[in-house]
Design a binder for this molecule. Structure first.
Ligand SMILES: Cc1cc2nc3c(=O)[nH]c(=O)nc-3n(C[C@H](O)[C@H](O)[C@H](O)COP(=O)(O)OP(=O)(O)OC[C@H]3O[C@@H](n4cnc5c(N)ncnc54)[C@H](O)[C@@H]3O)c2cc1C
Length: 405
């Protein structure tokens, strides 16, 4: 006791050795599912996390994902899936992200963001053709919204054009920051199909196959965190796409995009929870073992109160998220609540990772502990799937819509 404590000596169980296995605000089936996913991740994800992060090893990350028996959780039963709702997706997102935020993000882009809109809007033929590969791990999906000229103002700045010619469209333009872009088989792609109207009335969602001639991966970005998750700059040079690959209806891509965003934000919120939980556990355990001034760090209120705040963020936001997930499963529109829990949890994850490093001091800043990875990983939550500022803007606009000025 007293010296720097080795990571191995903490006997961590990724966020749960200091919390009950059974959370009473989840059902028995949900808690059983949580434990099953956690045990699978302990055996299959834990051994490869460091390698994926240090080497930015996207091949290993994708290979690990493809082995997962949970890729079909959101697929309806009549399409061969497990037919689980948003609540299960959140449990899964939290558990997987407590181990690897990068792999969970590859899952999110493929099984939620690509497959989700097809489940909702796809024709029977589209469902048949595109969903089974995602569900059995032979195919990877992605979502393509962002462009160099359109980030927060994604639709206003969209320049990717799909020009109609007979029974197909010709695509020209670029997409940037596309998760899974360089490894994807399919992309749910948004393009402008009518220049004569406001952009949100002239945008269409397509299912794009990446073996189409003219598709080019310009580069994978080297991000500070979520290393191993491919995130790519893509170019479309005269790519021919059949009209039957329109998802939903021509010029009605906005409806598809808005549907997908709520699902994405709920899943990403659950990811921040997993990340925060792992950071909390390291700091909690360490603070009970490390001694200074002949006392454990935990015995100082300056340290234990930080942990009280971290624990409260995790516990209370998980309860809020579970409630929102159940409301979504029951068909309620929760756009404001989803935006709120997403930006709150994103901020909480950054704060938790940062405070956890502070609690460990110098060793927390080193690669001896995974806290520096959690800290690097956590930052993206405040940027992707709607920045903190844009989510607050969305809520401020909704407040005026609901209550006037
Ligand atoms: C790792 C990663 C993964 C991603 N994955 C995907 C993906 O799979 N598919 C996809 O389509 N996109 C993806 N994105 C893109 C992501 O959604 C955008 O980065 C995000 O929407 C912000 O856009 P931007 O980066 O262009 O920032 P900008 O829009 O240029 O914003 C810059 C800053 O200005 C602020 N700002 C902008 N407008 C306002 C305003 N009106 N009021 C106040 N502040 C404002 C923003 O909040 C931000 O802080 C990903 C990005 C990253 C980094």
């Amino acid at each position: 006791m007293g010296g720097h404590v080795d990571f191995e000596d903490l006997n961590l169980e990724f966020g749960y050795s200091c919390m009950p296995d059974r959370l009473h605000y989840f059902t028995k089936e949900e808690n059983d599912f949580r434990m099953e996913v956690r045990n699978w991740c302990k055996d299959n994800v834990d051994p490869v996390i460091e390698k994926i992060d240090r080497e930015r090893n996207k091949e290993l990350a994708v290979e690990t994902l493809k082995k997962m028996p949970y890729l079909d959780i959101i697929l309806p039963r009549n399409a061969g899936g497990q037919g689980k709702g948003v609540i299960y997706r959140c449990i899964f997102g939290e558990e997987l992200s407590a181990f690897s935020y990068a792999i969970a993000s590859i899952f999110g882009a493929s099984s939620c963001l690509f497959a989700g809109p097809i489940i909702e809007f796809g024709t029977p033929e589209q469902k048949e053709k595109y969903l089974s590969g995602i569900a059995n791990g032979t195919k990877i999906g992605a979502i393509g919204i962002t462009e160099p000229t359109g980030g927060s103002d994604a639709i206003g700045g969209m320049k990717l054009r799909a020009k109609k010619e007979d029974d197909h469209y010709i695509l020209n333009g670029e997409k940037c920051f596309i998760t899974n872009g360089s490894v994807a088989d399919y992309i749910c792609l948004y393009a402008i199909t009518n220049d004569q109207v406001k952009k949100h009335q002239g945008m269409t969602a397509f299912i794009f196959e990446t073996d189409t001639p003219g598709f080019e991966v310009i580069k994978d970005y080297k991000h500070m965190g979520r290393r191993g998750m491919p995130n790519s700059y893509l170019k479309f040079n005269n790519c021919k796409i059949p009209a039957e690959n329109i998802l939903h209806k021509e010029n009605e891509g906005l409806e598809v995009l808005l549907f997908g965003l709520d699902g994405e934000r709920t899943f990403t919120a659950s990811q921040y929870l997993g990340l925060a939980r792992s950071a909390f556990e390291v700091a909690y355990k360490y603070s009970h073992k490390r001694e200074q001034f002949k006392r454990t760090l935990y015995s100082f209120e300056g340290i234990s109160f930080k942990l009280s705040e971290m624990f409260s963020d995790i516990e209370l936001y998980r309860i809020a998220m579970a409630q929102i997930a159940r409301m979504l499963d029951n068909g309620y529109n929760c756009r404001v609540q989803v935006a709120g829990v997403k930006f709150r949890l994103a901020d909480a994850a950054v704060r938790t990772a940062q405070e956890a490093i502070q609690i460990l001091g110098g060793i927390g800043y080193s690669e001896e502990y995974p806290l520096e990875r959690y800290y690097r990983d956590s930052k993206i939550g405040q940027i992707s799937a709607g920045t903190v500022e844009i989510l607050k803007y969305l809520i401020s606009r909704e407040m005026v819509r609901m209550w006037g000025k």
